[in-house]
Design a protein around this ligand. Structure first.
Ligand code: FE
Length: 130
């Protein structure tokens, strides 16, 4: 059964709710995962699905956690977002449809060329166990 809006409000903090369910954006450099460099996996703060991993994280200087690719191609869904007078590609969790951020074509050229610009509050970090 899909999670109801009421259940999301109960499950998430108000800040997480505004990002994941209302496509909000946290202030740049505000998120605890922006500068995280430890080994591990970033999971969806809404549903727990593994979405990104530290091996694909890079310092974009943008103030948001940045990855050159998702954990798996099917981990995230993308769609065109014309809000705020811009045309961007929105990134959502493929499992719970939570808003994560946007993907831009200005990532590291030596790898994928993509920059997944993700709100820290939409992610939980699971450190590698070893
Ligand atoms: Fe999710």
């Amino acid at each position: 059964m899909p999670t109801t809006d009421e259940q999301w409000r109960e499950r998430l903090t108000p800040e997480q709710y505004s990002i994941l369910r209302k496509a909000g954006t946290e202030p740049a450099f505000s998120g605890e995962h922006n500068s995280t460099k430890a080994d591990g996996v970033f999971t969806c703060a809404g549903c727990g699905e593994p979405l990104f991993e530290s091996d694909h994280k890079f310092d974009s200087g943008s103030g948001w956690p940045s990855f050159d690719r998702p954990l798996a191609e099917q981990s995230v869904a993308t769609e065109t977002d014309n809000s705020h007078g811009m045309t961007r590609t929105e990134v959502r969790c493929a499992k719970c449809d939570g808003h994560l951020g946007h993907v831009f074509p200005d990532g590291p050229r030596e790898t994928t060329g993509a920059r997944f610009c993700i709100n820290s509050l939409s992610l939980d970090f699971k450190p590698a166990s070893d």
